[in-house]
Every structure is written in C-alpha cells, then in structure tokens.
Design a protein around this ligand. Sequence first.
Ligand SMILES: [Zn+2]
Length: 274
Amino acid sequence: MIGLSTDTTSILWDHFHLLNFVWPKELGKSLFDRISDDARKMLNSKTKDGFDQACAAISEILIATPEKYHYFKEGFMNQPHKCASYVINNIPMSLGRKGDTPAEANHSSIQAHLGSGGSRELFEQVEQLLQRQHEIGQQHHVADLQYHQNCSIRSQQLSKTDPSESEALNNLSKYAYSQIWSVEKAAASNYILTLMPHNAVKVVRRGLEDGRIIAMGERCNCDTRISMGVQCRHEICMKKGQFFISLFAKRHLQEYALPNGYVFTIVVNVLPHN
Ligand SMILES: [Zn+2]
C-alpha cells in the first residue's frame, strides 16, 4: 500500500497480503494458529497500547525460539510505521489502509488471466497482457454500444417533448450526462439571470446578491467549467436551460467512445508463436 502525504510518500506494507495470504516462512506454519489472532490485533490496533499488548502476547510465544523472536521483533514489532493502523491512519490520503484493494483487484485479474508466470518467455507474457487488454476493451465497447443504443431510443422518445434533453442524452457520454449535465442542470434551476450593460449577463443564486458576470461571447470562469470543460450551471442558466454541445469538450461526447475510441485496444497485432 502506498500512502501519499503532502510532503512525503510513505511506502507501507500491503495490508491485504499481511492479513490474508503471506505467512512468513521464518515463523513456521505450526505457529499460525497460536499467533494469527494477536497478529491481526497488532495490525488493526487503533492505539499504541493495543499494538504493544498484541506484540507482548506474540513475544511471549516466540521468546522460546530466539531466531523467530528476533525475526518478529526486527521485522514487525519495531516497525509500526509500516504496518500498524494507529500510525498509518494518521498519514493523509492513506485511505484507511484500503488503498491496496483496487490494486489488488487488478493484480488478481492479471493473476487469473496470466497465471503466476515466472518461467514464461517475455514475448509470451507481453502477448497475454495485450490479449487481456483487448478483452477489457471489448467488454467496455459492448457496454458502450448498449448504452448508446438505449440512449438513441430514449432520446427519440424525448425529441418532441424535450428536444434539449434529448440532444444531451444522445450526445454526451454516460459519465458526462449523469454526473455532469444532469447535476449542473438541476443546480441551474436555483439560479436567476440578470441582464447587465454591454450585453453581459449576471448569474445569481437565488437568495444571494453576488453572482458571476459572463460577458457577451465569453465563457463562465467558474472551476467546474474550466476544470471539466463543460456547460456549467451558470452557462445552463445563461442559455435558459438549453443544452449546447459546442460548450462541451470533445472528450465528453459519446462519439469518442464509439467505435474509434477503442481502435487502439481492439486492433491488437499479437506476435505469432514460433
Ligand atoms: Zn460556471
């Protein structure tokens, strides 16, 4: 697990493997049943006292075998900054030690696809990774085609009653439609428009006095509009709730997911076997 703090990067031990799969051979399998409960308490302890108590319980068992005790003391007991919850949870963006879960899921997926590897030729390993990428690309492609088909049907239904919504649904990607357009449009209903001198407009949230002034022919300068490249709530209000495709960056359009967006993952020239 890697936790990022503001001024340093901390490389921490993988909590998932510490708890699930990797039992150190130095401790021997026979000790697992006697130690594992306290080892779990040690890793999950929210306080230094809890960590120390669990370490003491494990030490009591290991003290009779000096090499094992030494391994445990130097490798774990003396390194709470790498494995203990009470330390790691205080590192900004360490994600409560769950940061390794998505990485682990991807790792498991590669493991399932490629096996454990090891003795494989490099070209064969690369070929199998490309095939995996190809399969993932195809899965996304099929899902996007289905979404596109559903949008076409729904937008046809909407075309007479709400042409603007119909156009938004038919043109925007799933994410851009559901997470940006729909959210910003709902928010825009809380804003009102005031005409200003020189054809500028002022977009003000109901109940507030301060608002955003948008000059004729200019774009809104709010964070959402700039960082996402979309028609923000202020511009939706300015356009009286109407969708304008030209106000969205191309990356938000469905046509970029269909089908050429997948050309680099679908068309893979795999090296032939010799
Ligand atoms: Zn804006």
